[in-house]
Design a protein around this ligand. Structure first.
Ligand code: SAH
Ligand code: SF4
Ligand code: F3S
Length: 479
């Protein structure tokens, strides 16, 4: 069935549930684990659920409907989910709460099996390819009082036109592609998200124009591998597997998409995650340099600094290629800052390999480093490798890396003191309602005193002190 027809059917289900709930005052609660793509999926779930007359509450003991949107990239997410499910049992017995679990973890058979046996009171299990069918599944549970599982193991499809309830008024996340074709040997994502598929340029542009009209200032473009945007589609057209309808005439790559979005009025900043170093072609570097709204801050996942490890990880670049890419980017993009992801303790990682990672960190001087201890994932090649690293060595290496990163960040923060930064003001600071919070182009959090009508504007702030994870500043010229 065409995806547009499928969405039409779901809109009919939204109306049916709305009708069922007409006289009730119902609340829902959602817990999202995982990456920004999952957060964006949750925004779509919230969009559908709010159209079905549920209002949001942060207290899941109060809710009539509880949704977990799960992640399985590392093991700790599983413990968190099962802990919460245990807590919900008693509440459900008292209140009849409907429990729905969706997302990446539900694509794993051993997990759904565990839920069926140990947590049989869960009402709906849905996967990454059936999120759009939430209204239909909820209707069936409400009407027919049965429990259901709706998980498909298919190549991803793109669904347009779902309602959305964004959880931020300044920054809008926009998913530009689904799935991943890279199969890094440690990673579960390709197995749970399916093959890479890009949204059509016109649909993305329409969404950006829409959020610009609604007053959003910053766009975050999302995908597991954003710089291979439309690559699969272009290849299929070339091989005659897909009809060339002419809709990719103007935009047929990530760099062209960036350039086009840069022209949209109202948007002040454009960011994207995650690009893959192997696909960081010159046209993308040039687009970042040329486009005034594209932040000069790039997240460039390293994973390991050792060429050996990178090969085992199936990353398709070497230490030298990564460092050369960084040099090239820094020479072509003035004031570029970089952030990265690093895994320590992947199978076979020797002390020497780990030293290579430290060496790259020392050389590149990242603005931010997301560090992870390798977590074995069932079904991935990494899990089957023999030379796994003992937990205590993993932790030792992690601590050593963390120390290096923190000392570098503290040093970088010092360099900010006294400088003037352009801050996009995002709102009141969570920890101190008297203060405002915003971010620099380089994605550093800055807090300062100011009136709330500054929210949504870009202002000059002088940095006066640093506090590891944020900077403190003050307004210049009373503005
Ligand atoms: N597609 C993105 C990010 C995917 S997941 C990319 O390629 O960069 C986010 C991060 O989680 C990865 O960059 C990686 O550092 C980490 N990660 C993925 N699988 C992991 C595992 N099995 N154990 C520990 N960290 C992992
Ligand atoms: Fe996982 Fe690699 Fe794909 Fe990123 S690029 S999602 S790390 S397989
Ligand atoms: Fe997790 Fe799925 Fe994202 S596994 S990191 S939520 S794509």
């Amino acid at each position: 069935m065409e995806t547009s027809k499928e969405i039409k059917i779901q809109k009919e289900y939204i109306n049916k549930v709305k009708e069922l709930n007409k006289t009730k005052r119902l609340q829902y609660s959602i817990l999202t684990m995982g990456c920004q793509l999952n957060e964006n999926d949750s925004e779509k779930l919230c969009g559908m659920i709010e159209e079905m007359k549920y209002t949001k509450t942060d207290d899941f003991t109060e809710a009539d409907l509880v949704i977990f949107n799960t992640c399985c990239v590392r093991e700790n997410a599983e413990d968190k989910l099962f802990g919460k499910l245990g807590e919900l049992k008693r509440i459900k017995e008292k209140k009849g709460t409907i429990i729905a679990i969706g997302g990446c973890m539900m694509q794993e058979k051993h997990i759904t099996k565990k839920i069926h046996t140990s947590y049989p009171y869960v009402d709906i299990i849905f996967g990454t390819h059936t999120l759009h069918k939430f209204p239909e599944n909820l209707y069936k549970v409400l009407e027919e009082k049965k429990k259901l599982e709706d998980v498909l193991d298919i190549d991803g499809k793109i669904y347009e036109g779902l309602p959305i309830k964004r959880n931020n008024n300044i920054q809008a996340s926009i998913t530009i592609m689904n799935g991943c074709n890279n199969f890094c040997s440690y990673c579960i994502v390709p197995y749970v998200r399916g093959r890479e598929r890009s949204r059509k340029p016109k649909d993305i542009i329409k969404e950006v124009e829409q959020v610009a009209k609604e007053g959003y200032k910053e766009i975050m473009l999302l995908g597991q591998n954003v710089n291979s945007y439309l690559r699969v589609e272009m290849q299929e057209i070339k091989e005659g597997k897909m009809e060339d309808t002419g809709e990719y005439k103007e935009i047929n790559s990530f760099s062209k998409l960036l350039r086009k979005i840069n022209e949209i009025d109202g948007i002040e900043r454009i960011r994207f995650v995650s690009p893959h170093p192997k696909d960081f072609t010159d046209d993308v570097i040039e687009a970042i340099a040329d486009c005034d709204k594209v932040c000069k801050q790039v997240h460039l996942p390293l994973q390991s600094g050792s060429s050996n490890m990178l090969k085992t990880m199936n990353r398709k670049y070497t230490k030298e290629q990564y460092l050369n890419l960084v040099e090239k980017m820094k020479s072509k993009i003035p004031n570029l800052t970089l952030s990265t992801d690093i895994i320590v303790g992947f199978a076979g990682e020797s002390e020497e390999d780990f030293e290579d990672t430290l060496d790259v960190v020392k050389k590149v001087k990242f603005e931010q480093v997301f560090m992870f201890i390798y977590s074995r994932r069932v079904g991935t090649p990494g899990d089957k490798m023999e030379n796994q690293i003992p937990e205590e060595i993993k932790h030792k290496r992690f601590d050593k890396l963390k120390q290096l990163v923190e000392s570098q960040i503290a040093q970088r923060n010092q360099e900010y003191i006294g400088s003037t930064q352009k801050i996009l003001v995002e709102g009141k600071s969570k920890n101190n309602q008297e203060m405002l919070t915003g971010r620099t182009d380089s994605n550093k959090v800055v807090i300062f005193e100011g009136s709330k009508d500054l929210i949504g504007s870009i202002i000059n702030i002088k940095i006066i002190s640093e506090h590891m994870w944020y900077l403190k500043g003050e307004k210049i010229n009373g503005k």
